[in-house]
Design a protein around this ligand. Sequence first.
Ligand SMILES: [Zn+2]
Length: 269
Amino acid sequence: MEAIFIVVFALLGMTVASFLNVCMDRLPSNESLLFPASHCASCHHRLAIKDLIPIFSYLWLHGRCRYCRAPIPRRILGVEIGTGLLFGYLYWHYDLSIELAVAALYCCLFIVLMVVDLEHGLILNKVVYPTMAVALLISVFLPPSKVAYPGEAATLLFNTFLPEPGIAQSAIGGGIGLGLFLLVVLISRGGMGWGDVKMAALIGLVTGYLILVALFMAVILGALVAGSLLLLKIKRRKEGIPFAPFLSLATIVTLLWGSNILNWYLGLF
Ligand SMILES: [Zn+2]
């Protein structure tokens, strides 16, 4: 039975991914998400249902438009596969629960932020601000520490030293993210943008105290990837590397395993 649900959720993820792809295509250029209907970016031919089946359409058409043979961005396929796998895993991780819905929603929003920054070097305020409001609202009913399952050590730490109500966790997390990244922007003078500051605040609202795990992981991940790209001469020092993808990835990992990582880290001492 479990396996059937995992497959159902993976399929749901692939379908949701089609909408996420539309968001990634249209949000940066202020187009409406609903009109016009899906069309080829190259010949503007309206796409039929058979062109829009996640993953299968892409493979069937060998990654090209049915009408003009223009290549379909590989990102479309990547987002469909990635979101499908993630949704299947999310079901396995959370089981059928309100936490599952919340985690899936956050994952979708962070996937959009990740890809848009990769492709356009933009962190979209129209995604970040509404997500902040939603995260605060959710925290009233479902504390961040419930979504990112705290293990024993983390729970003890949180309950002993830190306030419990969800909205307090969320607000304190947001404050920590905002404060730390403001500091980084002021010190690095342009090394990091205001978009990253807003995003750090958002991640705090979503993850609560685990913001520290998320930011720590994002910085290490970013440094490793940036270092390798420089070493391999794929990027030059001046080009700059978008940071939102690392922040997004670290947030998703923190939602799923943040408390385990924190427990492991605390266990080192
Ligand atoms: Zn076309």
